[in-house]
Design a protein around this ligand. Structure first.
Ligand code: ME8
Length: 678
């Protein structure tokens, strides 16, 4: 029963251009854990996920498969729903952008925005990045390429409808100022501010070069272009803008505005600029929070079977179970930051936390209750002496206070900290066994009552653990409850704050929760799994494109996020011979002056002192540094790079900078200028 109000949480609607991978699973698992947690603490939760099915990329791949786009996406959507069913993802609704309810409402929304005077027909002429389905202005391009994915762009010109996004620039900046928690983490807010300050262009919201989309209601020749179609899912699923028709608008009134849109960092821009602008145009309240999570990166940055990573969540689940995968994803990574996925990290995490700590605690306690107590423990009867009272209290106090700590971490989406807190209690319970030595008590009939007390305390602690882990790993929670004999089927969060809710337990030992894994064997097995073609998948149109390797052969299918992920951790270039390296003359230089270059937004003009010689060097770093902050830096210069003319100025050499794909940093030297670097 809900007492705390309503809570609406969403994931992105994923592109069914291919099967989902562990990155999508990561986002959905976080949303599911939060939805389950909120339900448990008393909210009436609406958890929405779904698929974003229109667009040129999907149309192309369907054509290549010789099927209609709808047939194509149907296959993938079945796979996605099946994955979520296996994981018991507790969504309340799954919206597909091809649902009739969505298509109809998107058209109505288009008309509403049009009536507000925010749509006009124009001609766009810009740089178009096909994989990202994004237009860019000259200023936004980085080295002439797409600033999001780094791929080449092409000039495009076409009649289309535009949304007056630029009109809302100030209102959005004001939103960030007045409601800083609208967009988190803070670093993303700063990026978005900088993006808006560069100048916000109106947004092209229709296309006429393909037809796999929702028709523009005013113009049969155009289809609504992805982001208007996609973002609106968050309200069309609630029945907006119409009442009646089986889906009551009550739902909209009840859950909108959303409490949180959980999204990957590469689509924060769409959710924190375009989406609020559209809502402002419709006169609707804005979501309370857009939360950008980090990426899971794979070895070398790119998901590929040949690199030895199993990225298919189904395969990991088949081998280790749903809870192990969920626990690993939630415990290993820090919300908002990128993290590296490796099979080894996963297996080590399962062994250390699940097999050793949690699994062991359950099996030790249940075995001892069976062995020493005939499977039965009851509320302690005899008051213990002071030392034992203190010992017992240290366990009880920790146990009953853990729920509040978990709540605190969940408030800020710190899933890993919440789990860490629960594992402190698990570790304390394991230590309590070592401190109380039940096997020694078992040898002395006079200590029978103390033995009962110790084992009862341990079972109580496990009962509390079973409640605390419920939002994250409900299968294991249920198994623990079954083995220790919890009578109440319903998991009640507040029972985790009470010691002694059940006066008697009859335990029944079951299977080991998480058997210990042999790391070497598992790594080998996972590698073999990678290499084994999945027959079921390859006989099926949709999943046959599920492997990321397959996508590598079909560049159009590669998604912006995956490209950007690859860009973030750049794969190593091929080996070079020492002779190649030796051709470089690297010197330490000191920047003695720095100025902008006229008519260039990118270039800075540096005077660099290298011992006796002072050179002028132009670098495309104006987007990252102000001239003032460059002066005085000691840098590394490729001194024998052939001089080049840039904007009519000769640049002699090149300064080295660190480049993480998003931002440049200094590579500084700590020696006198002019010195050689080798
Ligand atoms: O962008 N690590 O869909 P999409 C972590 N349809 N999360 C990842 C990830 C990774 N390696 N890869 C994907 C779209 N994700 C649009 C969204 S919403 C109105 C429209 C997750 O299939 C992450 O949450 O490319 C990311 O934002 C989302 O999947 C992108 O899914």
């Amino acid at each position: 029963m809900s007492t705390k109000g309503n809570y609406y949480i969403t994931t992105p609607i994923y592109y069914p251009s291919s099967n989902l991978h562990i990155g999508h699973t990561y986002c959905t698992v976080m949303a599911d854990a939060m939805a389950r947690f909120k339900r448990l603490v008393g909210y009436d939760v609406m958890f929405l996920t779904g698929t974003d099915e229109h667009g040129q990329k999907i149309q192309k791949v369907a054509e290549e498969q010789g099927v209609s786009p709808k047939e194509y996406v149907d296959g993938i959507v079945d796979w996605v729903k099946n994955l979520w069913a296996t994981m018991e993802i507790s969504y309340d609704d799954f919206i597909r952008t091809t649902d009739d309810r969505h298509e109809r409402r998107v058209q109505e929304i288009f008309m509403k925005i049009n009536e507000a005077g925010d749509i006009y027909k124009g001609v766009y002429e810009g740089w178009y990045c096909t994989p990202c389905e994004s237009f860019w202005t000259d200023v936004q391009l980085v080295d002439g390429k797409c600033p999001d994915c780094g791929r080449p762009v092409e000039k495009a010109k076409e009649e289309a409808y535009f949304f007056k996004l630029s009109k809302y620039a100030d209102a959005i900046l004001k939103l960030y100022d007045e409601h800083p928690d609208f967009l988190e983490p803070e670093s993303r807010r700063n990026e978005m501010r900088a993006f808006i300050n560069q100048g916000l262009e109106d947004l092209c919201i229709s296309r006429s070069t393909f037809d796999w989309g929702i028709k523009v209601p005013l113009d049969e020749k155009q289809v609504i272009y992805v982001w208007l179609d996609a973002l609106t899912n968050y309200i069309t699923a609630l029945g907006y803008p119409e009442a009646g028709d089986g889906i009551d608008q009550e739902k909209f009134d009840k859950y909108w505005p959303a409490d949180v849109h959980l999204v990957g960092k590469e689509i924060v821009r769409f959710h924190s600029i375009i989406w609020p602008a559209m809502l402002m145009s419709m006169g609707l309240p804005l979501p309370k929070k857009v939360l950008g999570h980090g990426w899971l990166l794979l070895d070398g940055g790119k998901m590929s079977k040949s690199k030895g990573n199993v990225v298919d969540p189904q395969k990991l689940i088949e081998r280790y179970g749903v809870d192990a995968l969920k626990y690993f994803l939630l415990r290993e990574y820090t919300f908002g930051q990128d993290g590296l996925y490796t099979n080894e990290t996963m297996i080590n995490r399962i062994n250390a936390d699940l097999a050793n700590d949690l699994g062991n605690l359950l099996s030790r306690v249940v075995s001892m209750v069976e062995k020493y107590q005939g499977g039965h423990v009851h509320t302690p009867e005899l008051p213990a002496d002071e030392a034992t009272i203190n010992l017992d209290h240290s366990l009880k106090d920790l146990a009953v206070f853990t729920a509040k700590k978990v709540e605190g971490h969940m408030d800020v989406f710190a899933f890993n900290r919440a789990l860490e807190e629960i594992w402190v209690l698990i570790a304390r319970s394991n230590k309590y066994i070592d401190e109380t030595l039940p096997w020694a008590l078992g040898k002395d009939p006079e200590k029978a009552e103390r033995l009962n007390t110790v084992l009862y305390n341990l079972v109580e602690s496990l009962r509390i653990v079973s409640i605390l882990i419920y939002p994250f790993m409900h299968y294991s929670a249920d198994e623990i409850r079954k083995q220790i004999g919890v009578q109440d089927d319903e998991v009640v969060w507040t029972d985790a704050e009470i010691w002694g809710t059940q006066t008697e337990y009859n335990v029944v030992k079951g299977d080991s929760l998480f058997p210990r894994l042999d790391l070497a064997k598992e790594l080998e097995a996972l590698e073999a799994l990678n290499k084994t073609p999945d027959v079921a998948e390859e006989s099926d149109i949709a999943p046959s494109l599920g492997e990321v390797e397959a996508q590598e052969e079909i560049p159009e299918l590669e998604k912006a996020a995956e490209e950007a992920i690859a860009a973030e951790v750049k794969p190593l270039k091929p080996w070079i011979d020492y002779e190649d390296f030796d051709k470089l003359d690297l010197r330490v230089g000191k920047i003695i002056s720095a100025e902008p270059v006229r008519k260039s937004k990118k270039l800075l003009h540096f005077e660099v002192k290298m011992g006796a010689e002072t050179r002028q060097i132009l670098s495309g770093v104006a987007g990252s540094f102000t001239p003032e902050e460059c002066i005085g830096k000691s840098v590394i210069v490729v001194a024998n790079l052939k001089p080049r003319n840039m904007m009519g100025v000769e640049s002699k050499g090149m300064i080295l900078f660190a480049d993480n794909g998003a931002k440049l940093g200094w590579v500084e030297a700590d020696v006198a200028d002019g010195e050689s670097v080798s």
